[in-house]
Ligand binder design. Sequence first.
Ligand SMILES: Nc1nc2c(ncn2[C@@H]2O[C@H](COP(=O)(O)OP(=O)(O)OP(=O)(O)O)[C@@H](O)[C@H]2O)c(=O)[nH]1
Ligand SMILES: [Mg+2]
Length: 329
Amino acid sequence: MGFFQKLKDGLTKTRDSISKSFANVFKASEIDDDFYDSLEETLVMSDMGYETTEKVISDLRIKVKDQKIKEAAACKELLINSLRDQMTVADNAYDFEDKKSVILVIGVNGVGKTTSIGKLAAQYKNRGKKVLIAAGDTFRAAAIDQLKTWANRANVDIIAQGEGSDPSAVVYDAVNAAKARNTDILLIDTAGRLHNKKNLMDELAKMRRIISKEYPEANVESLIVLDGTTGQNALEQARQFSTVTDIDGIIITKLDGTAKGGIAIAIQAELSVPVKYIGIGEKIDDLQRFDPSQYVTALFSDFDMKSDMEMLIDADIEEIPKDDDLFDL
Ligand SMILES: Nc1nc2c(ncn2[C@@H]2O[C@H](COP(=O)(O)OP(=O)(O)OP(=O)(O)O)[C@@H](O)[C@H]2O)c(=O)[nH]1
Ligand SMILES: [Mg+2]
């Protein structure tokens, strides 16, 4: 299955909820304040974020006026394009993939850090990179075992110590192994932490210090993982973490499990840190680079069809005449 299809399938819940409410919005007979209000409500409901929604609506108002558009249905395309315009991607966002890099994966509990590391390791490995994983979450033995399982699946090496060992010691071992083995990409798993837990944030800072001291030539890429099903909370988490630590990119997971996939658009549009990958399932190949334009296309891909159907129903056509009926006439 192609990736676009997979993305579309993953976003089914969001697509279903969006297309129903959008169909209703665009059934409006004219473009007035009521139309804009219900459009605004629909965008906010799908978690596109208040800021993004405001920008999209004001952009749309200008275009509708300039292009003298009179019918609601005619500005669907304008809306989709305007959403796309809210999200810019720097073309150096993935340069780290082709450098000697240490990727530090952080975030709160249960968001999908370990799983995303497994998926990324497999991708890099398939592209011919020499990959190493470090088990920097030493809180629970189960966490180390889970990462070992992923290392096996991805067919990459792992550096781990026992439960309760110092994460910084694991990082020390791992960067030295990466140097000695001429590794391209070292992925470091970390324990879930909240941005306001001082000791845990200090521990993270210590890991970073060890990386830059032991392996100064490596490029450090710090990725925060956010659970897409938590909607606006995810956006808030990224904001808060970025006040206490450097973040180079975002991974949004579980977009297959939510009807509010608009959150990916809000995060990309409202934060200065780019969304780099999205998770759309639990399997090894269910993670991909985030392509905002493709994402918007996938979200609205059956928008037209549904709204046309609704329009038919609305036009009060009870039954489409069959050939026989026509003959009888
Ligand atoms: N549906 C779905 N589930 C996911 C996705 N990514 C991760 N998960 C699931 O989310 C759960 C938590 O994932 P983990 O990778 O263990 O999360 P974590 O951040 O490492 O958790 P802790 O180490 O406990 O903080 C697992 O059941 C994963 O299978 C995704 O993109 N889609
Ligand atoms: Mg984990």
